[in-house]
Design a protein around this ligand. Structure first.
Ligand code: WQD
Length: 346
């Protein structure tokens, strides 16, 4: 019998790609999403790619009763992957309570329910944002690097949620957890059937870049070229979303098979390599043949100068490695943007 997994936020960017990979690996997926930042059509896309339609329930994880109803309806859920969260850094500064309420209550509700329904473990979407700007001696950053004071309420919710998981497991709760700290996820499924679809003007680099390349935005502004990096622009570890999705499958195998060495494990999920923003723009132009209008602007408040991951632990322990190149990731993002145009979405 197929193992049943609950994916919260499963119609979102990373959740949808992870659902595809879980289904290909033989899991049965139940998606819940409140559709606050995604669309139920994504379920059709997942079915089109994988030939399997995941169960879908429009449920908000903050609604404990509705959430428990899902565990009653779908018996025997063995693991949870918890993506559902608000994630706009800027908005979190303006509306901190929305972030604290949404992101923390969701996790607390899931943790509360898990023992009652014998759910073995949870995978939590965390972020390299917990490291802030690592000191030079900690680059590439390992899981042992110090956690820095968060730059935004959004980042703080990631730190607090990690602590909640640690405390809950320490209290003797019969659950295990794997915390995945993502670097910068980019790209879209190679079929261009699912991808990233932010509301309004994108705050993140890749959607802004592809929307500029297709003419929706006039030009991209590179936020600063006077950082202490090879060309002065910031350095990030850009990871292809399909690679990232596969890291979740590897982590879930560990949980459902009881292979985890500790009840809470933490892994960096990145490529282990950093690129500057300008290098990324050049790579995009080269691999797509599209000239990107851009200008250099001032630094963006709160930006980290450079961060990329040491991913040895995920490579060795999870047996997982990011295999796709930046070119592949950027080409897929461009193909996705063109598909949105063809479909008349934008
Ligand atoms: C990347 C680089 C910008 C836009 C944030 C969150 C993180 C994670 C992903 C998720 C930076 C530069 C960007 C633009 C630019 N969480 N840039 N012009 O800030 O590294 O990480 O998103 O949901 O937790 O903090 O990602 O894509 O915004 O920026 O020059 O128009 O691109 O300055 O150096 P970031 P990003």
């Amino acid at each position: 019998m197929k193992k049943r997994i609950l994916v919260t936020g499963g119609t979102g960017f990373i959740g949808s790609h992870t659902t595809v990979e879980l289904q290909s690996a033989g899991y049965e997926v139940v998606i819940i999403d409140n559709l606050s930042n995604s669309n139920a059509d994504v379920v059709d896309g997942i079915e089109e790619i994988s030939g399997v339609r995941p169960a879908f329930e429009q449920v908000d994880c903050c609604d404990l009763e509705a959430l428990e109803g899902v565990f009653q309806k779908y018996e025997g859920i063995q693991g949870i992957i918890h993506f559902a969260a608000s994630k706009a850094v800027g908005e979190s500064v303006e509306q901190p309570l929305k972030y604290y309420e949404n992101n923390i209550l969701s996790l607390v509700n899931l943790l509360k329910i898990m023992p009652k329904y014998n759910v073995k473990g949870i995978i939590f979407s965390s972020s390299c944002t917990v490291y802030g700007q690592p000191d030079a001696e900690f680059l590439p950053v390992t899981e042992q690097a110090p956690i820095k004071v968060a730059e935004s309420p959004y980042g703080n919710t990631k730190q607090i949620n990690e602590e909640i998981i640690q405390d809950y497991v320490k209290s003797g709760a019969p659950v295990s957890a794997i915390i995945l700290r993502y670097f910068n996820p980019i790209g879209a499924h190679p079929t261009a059937i699912i991808g990233e679809l932010p509301n309004g003007v994108p705050a993140n680099l890749i959607p802004y870049l592809t929307q500029t390349a297709i003419g929706i935005r006039k030009e991209l502004t590179v936020f600063g070229d006077d950082y202490d990096t090879t060309d002065g622009s910031c350095v990030r570890d850009f990871i292809y979303v399909v690679d990232l999705a596969k890291a979740h499958v590897a982590a879930m195998e560990r949980i459902v098979n009881g292979k985890n060495a500790d009840p809470v494990e933490v892994f960096n999920v990145g490529t282990g390599r950093g690129y500057t923003v300008l290098e990324l723009i050049n790579t995009f132009e080269q691999c797509t043949g599209v000239k990107l209008p851009y200008k250099i602007g001032p630094r963006r408040a709160g930006d980290i100068e450079k961060v990329w991951g040491n991913v040895d632990k995920a490579n060795d322990v999870l047996g997982w490695k990011a295999v796709h190149t930046l070119e592949e990731a950027l080409s897929s993002a461009w193909k996705w943007q063109q598909r949105l145009r063809e479909k008349g979405v934008m």
